[in-house]
Design a protein around this ligand. Structure first.
Ligand SMILES: Cc1ncc(COP(=O)(O)O)c(C=O)c1O
Length: 480
C-alpha cells in the first residue's frame, strides 16, 4: 500500500515515537545554525531515509524538549518548520504526525529501523546506485553454464527437486571446508537458494517468537530482517567486541548469535583466530553461533583468513553459512549451510515449504566454478582490488575531513562523516541521481547516524561519477 502522493490534511497516526526513541533516532542532531532548523532537518532526513516511518505520531513538543534539553519554543518551531515543508501535519487532539509531502509516495507499512527503508526512486536512467554490494558476474560464468548444460542430461530423468542440493555440489562444498581445515562430510551440507535463505532457515529453526538474538552492529541488513521475521528481538553489539558479545549472551539469554567473521559487511573487519575461539566457547551456554562466510573469498590484500568459523567441526552449535554470490555471481542464487546431518535433514524439510529446492543448472554451474576457483578468483579479486583502491583514493581526495578506513577485503567502505549527517547526505544524494546507504540502515537500533556505506562494485568511470555526485550532495548538506 502506498500513501497518497499528497500529504493528508488530518493524517491519522498508526504508531507513536517516544521522546527517548526520537532522541536515539536523531543522534547528535545539532549543527552550527538555529537549533529549530537543525531539529526539523534531522526529523525530515529521518523520514526521507526511511528510519522515521510516515504516519508516526511525534512526541509532544514538551516531551521532546525535555528529552533533548532544549526549550519548548525550539521544538514548537521545529514542528512548525516540518509542517511548512510538508513533512508533518498537526491536528488538535492527535498531535503532530510525520508524513511525506506531495510527490514523495512511499510504503505506509510499518518499517523496522534497520535497513528496510524503501529505495528512493531515482527516476533517471543515468542515475548511479552505490547502495548495493553486488559485483557483476565473473568472466568464467559463461563457460561454467555451458559445461553445466552438458552435465544436465544426467539429471533430466529425475524430478529435478534436490531438496538437499545435488550431490556433486554438496561434495564440492564439503571438500572446500576440508581444504580449509574443517573435517566435513557431504551430509553436513544443505544447498540453499542463496545465503539469504540459509539465514532465514536458521532463524526459523532456532528462534521462537520473542527470543533475543545478537548481531554485530552494524551488520548485514537483510539478516536482521530475516531474524525479525522469525520473531526475534534483535540486539546489536559493537563489531569486534567479543567481550560485549559474551556479556550480552549472559545478560539477555540470547538463543542465537549471527556474525560475519570475514571481511564483515559493512566494516570490512576480519575476526582474529583468538576471537573466533572465544566466540566458539559461547556455545557451551546453549547459544547457537552462526558465522556468515558469504564474503570469505574476497581477500583482496591476500591477508589470509583464519580457519573457518565452524572450528574443527565437532560442535553442532557452530554453524556456517556460505554463498556463491560474491565469489562468482549473485544471480546464481546458490548458498549453503554447514551443520550436523540431522539439522540438514530438518531444514531440508522446512525449505520444501518455501521454494522446494534450488535450480539444478545453477548448482551444476557453481560446482564447476568451485572446481576451478583457483583459476577464476584471482582475476576477480584483482579487479575488485583496483576498484576499492580507486574509490578510496577518490573519497580521500574529495572528502579530506572524513574518516576513510582501509579494509583488506569485502565490498564496502564504511566512512565516518564526522557529523550525524548520514541520512541527510543519502537524501541529498538522491537529488544528484545517486543512491547510497546511510549508516542507520545497518544497525538494529538506527544508530551510526554519522556513517555512510559506499560500495566499490561498480566500474571505475561510474565510481568517479558517483564521488562527484556525492561531493555536490555533501556541499549542500555541509552548507557550502
Ligand atoms: C553478509 C552477507 N550475507 C548474505 C548475503 C546475501 O547473500 P546471497 O546473495 O547468497 O543470498 C549478503 C549480500 O550482500 C551479505 O553481504
Amino acid at each position: 500500500m502506498t500513501l497518497a502522493a499528497t500529504a493528508p490534511v488530518h493524517a491519522v497516526a498508526v504508531r507513536h515515537l517516544s521522546a527517548a526513541a526520537a532522541t536515539r533516532l536523531l543522534g547528535a542532531w545539532q549543527g552550527a545554525g538555529p537549533a529549530y532548523l537543525a531539529l526539523a532537518d534531522g526529523l525530515r532526513s529521518a523520514v526521507l531515509a526511511g528510519s522515521l516511518t510516515p504516519l508516526t505520531r511525534l512526541p509532544s513538543e514538551r516531551d521532546l524538549a525535555g528529552a533533548l534539553g532544549v526549550s519548548r519554543t525550539t521544538t514548537s518551531a521545529a514542528y512548525a518548520r516540518l509542517r511548512e515543508l510538508g513533512f508533518a501535519t498537526s491536528h488538535v487532539g492527535s498531535g503532530t504526525v510525520a508524513v511525506l509531502p506531495r510527490g514523495q509516495a512511499r510504503s505506509a507499512a510499518p518499517q523496522p529501523p534497520a535497513g528496510d527503508a524503501p529505495l528512493p526512486d531515482l527516476g533517471d536512467e543515468h542515475a548511479v546506485d552505490m547502495s548495493q554490494a553486488t559485483p557483476s558476474a565473473t568472466d568464467a560464468l559463461h563457460g561454467a553454464y555451458a559445461r553445466a548444460l552438458e552435465a544436465l542430461p544426467a539429471y533430466l530423468s529425475g524430478g529435478g527437486y534436490a531438496h538437499l542440493g545435488i550431490e556433486p555440489l554438496r561434495a564440492a562444498i564439503a571438500a572446500r571446508y576440508r581444504a580449509r581445515g574443517v573435517p566435513t562430510t557431504t551430509d553436513q551440507i544443505l544447498v540453499t537458494t542463496g545465503a539469504q535463505q540459509a539465514i532465514a532457515l536458521l532463524a526459523g529453526t532456532f528462534v521462537a517468537r520473542g527470543d533475543r538474538v545478537l548481531v554485530e552492529s552494524p551488520t548485514y541488513v537483510h539478516a536482521v530482517g530475516a531474524l525479525r521475521s522469525a520473531g526475534a528481538r534483535v540486539v546489536g553489539v559493537p563489531v569486534g567486541d567479543v567481550e560485549a558479545i559474551g556479556s550480552a549472551v549472559r545478560r539477555t539469554g540470547a538463543r542465537l548469535v549471527y556474525l560475519i567473521p570475514d571481511f564483515h559487511n559493512p566494516t570490512g573487519r576480519t575476526m582474529t583466530a583468538d576471537e573466533r575461539h572465544a566466540l566458539g566457547r559461547l556455545t557451551a551456554r546453549g547459544v547457537t553461533v552462526v558465522g556468515d562466510e558469504t564474503l570469505t573469498d574476497l581477500d583482496l590484500d591476500d591477508v589470509g583468513v583464519p580457519a573457518p568459523f565452524a572450528g574443527d567441526g565437532s560442535d553442532p552449535r557452530l554453524v556456517s553459512v556460505g554463498s556463491a554470490s560474491k565469489s562468482f555471481w549473485g544471480g546464481l542464487r546458490v548458498g549453503w549451510i554447514r551443520t550436523t546431518p540431522q539439522l540438514v535433514q530438518r531444514m531440508a524439510r522446512t525449505r520444501q515449504q518455501l521454494d522446494v529446492a534450488t535450480p539444478v543448472l545453477e548448482q551444476l554451474a557453481v560446482a564447476d566454478l568451485l572446481a576451478r576457483r583457483d583459476e577464476v578468483l584471482p582475476t576477480r579479486l584483482a579487479d575488485l582490488r583496483s576498484r576499492r583502491d580507486l574509490l578510496r583514493d577518490l573519497v580521500l581526495a574529495r572528502f579530506p575531513s572524513w574518516e576513510v578506513p582501509d579494509p583488506p577485503g569485502g565490498l564496502c567502505l564504511w566512512v565516518g562523516l564526522g557529523r550525524p549527517a548520514g541520512q541527510a547526505l543519502a537524501a541529498a544524494a538522491v537529488s544528484e541521481g545517486l543512491r547510497v546507504a546511510p549508516g542507520p540502515q545497518f544497525t538494529p537500533d538506527g544508530s551510526s547516524v554519522d556513517r555512510l556505506r559506499l560500495t566499490w562494485t561498480r566500474p571505475p568511470e561510474v565510481l568517479a561519477d558517483a564521488v562527484d555526485r556525492l561531493g555536490r550532495a555533501w556541499d549542500r548538506v555541509a552548507g557550502r
